[in-house]
Design a protein around this ligand. Structure first.
Ligand SMILES: Cc1cc2nc3c(=O)[nH]c(=O)nc-3n(C[C@H](O)[C@H](O)[C@H](O)COP(=O)(O)OP(=O)(O)OC[C@H]3O[C@@H](n4cnc5c(N)ncnc54)[C@H](O)[C@@H]3O)c2cc1C
Length: 251
C-alpha cells in the first residue's frame, strides 16, 4: 500500500557545534542534526528542554541558515523573564545536546524559483527567517530583486549587521534599509522611527510589480505592517506573516 501522507515529525538529538554572539541580547547557535532532511528558507524548528524532574518546555525558533547539509542555525533573543531563551543563551555550551524537531512550516517559505520581487520586513529578531531567505537567495542562480526593511531599537541591536552590509554591497545584492526606533545616532545613513506606510511605500516595490512580502517580528509589529501593505495595494495572498510572540514589544 502506498500513502502520500507526510511522516509525523519526530524528535531528534541536535548537538551544538558553534555559538556566535550577535548582539548583547542575541546569539546564534549552530546545531548539527544527524539525519536532517533539509529545509526551505523561512521554516522553523521546535526545541524541547527536559529538566531533571521531567518538566518539559518547548519553543519554536526560525531556521536562520540556508539549507546546508546537517547544520541548522537558530538565532535566539533574550526575553528577560523568559523560561527558555535565557537558558539557551546562558547555559547551553558547545557539544551539548538538545531535542529538536522539524523542519516545520509550509506557508512562510520562499521558493528560489519564484520570480516575484521580494520585500522582507523585520522587527527585531524577526530578521532570523528573513536571513535564511537572503542566504538562500545569495545561493540561487537567478534571484529576483530583493529589499530588506529592518527595524531595531538601536544600532547595537542590529543582528547580522556585518553580513547584511556585505550582502548589500555585493553585485546583485539586496537593498537594505535599517530603521531605529529608540536612538538617533549623530552619524546614521538609515531611517529613524517605526515602520509606517510612507516608509513602506518608499522602500517597497509597487504592487504592479507583483512583489511577494515576508513580514516577521512581534505580533503587533506584524499586524501593523501587514495592514499598511494591504492599504498600499499589496494583495493579501502575497503577504506572508510570521509572529514571534503574543506580547512582544515593537522593534
Ligand atoms: C514560528 C515561531 C518562530 C520563532 N522564532 C524565533 C527566533 O528565531 N528567535 C527568537 O528569539 N524567538 C523566536 N520565536 C519566539 C520563541 O518561540 C519564544 O517565544 C521566545 O524565545 C521566548 O521564550 P521564553 O521561554 O524565553 O519566554 P516565555 O517564558 O515563553 O515568556 C516570558 C514572557 O515574555 C513574553 N514573550 C514571549 N515571547 C516574547 C517575544 N518574542 N518578545 C517579547 N516578549 C515575549 C511572554 O508573553 C511572557 O510574558 C519564535 C516563535 C514562533 C511562534
Amino acid at each position: 500500500m502506498t500513502s502520500a501522507a507526510p511522516l509525523p515529525l519526530r524528535w531528534r538529538t541536535a548537538t551544538v557545534i558553534a555559538r556566535r554572539p550577535e548582539t548583547s541580547q542575541v546569539a546564534t547557535l549552530v546545531l548539527d542534526v544527524p539525519g536532517w532532511p533539509g529545509h526551505r528558507a523561512g521554516q522553523h524548528v521546535d526545541l524541547r528542554l527536559t529538566a531533571a524532574d521531567g518538566y518539559q518546555a518547548q519553543r519554536s525558533y526560525s531556521i536562520a541558515s540556508a539549507n546546508d547539509g546537517t547544520a541548522v542555525a537558530i538565532t535566539v533573543e533574550r526575553v528577560a523573564d523568559g523560561e527558555v531563551s535565557p537558558f539557551l543563551l546562558d547555559e547551553v555550551r558547545i557539544s551539548d545536546d538538545l531535542e529538536l524537531r522539524g523542519p516545520i512550516g509550509a506557508y512562510f517559505v520562499w521558493n528560489p524559483e519564484a520570480g516575484n520581487p521580494l520585500l522582507l520586513i523585520a522587527g527585531g529578531s524577526g530578521v532570523a527567517p528573513l536571513m535564511s531567505i537572503l542566504r538562500a537567495r545569495a545561493q540561487a542562480p537567478d534571484p529576483p530583486a530583493a529589499r530588506l526593511l529592518y527595524s531595531s531599537r538601536d544600532e547595537a541591536s542590529i543582528i547580522y549587521r556585518d553580513e547584511l552590509d556585505r550582502m548589500a554591497t555585493a553585485t546583485g545584492g539586496p537593498g537594505i534599509l535599517y530603521t531605529l526606533t529608540r536612538e538617533r545616532p549623530t552619524v546614521w545613513s538609515g531611517a529613524l522611527g517605526r515602520i509606517d506606510r510612507a516608509m513602506l511605500e518608499r522602500v517597497g516595490f509597487p504592487p504592479t510589480d507583483e512583489p511577494l512580502a515576508f513580514v516577521c517580528g512581534p505580533t503587533p509589529f506584524v499586524e501593523q505592517v501587514a495592514a499598511d501593505l494591504v492599504a498600499l495595494g499589496y494583495p493579501g495572498e502575497r503577504i506572508r506573516t510570521e509572529r514571534f510572540g503574543p506580547t512582544g514589544a515593537v522593534g
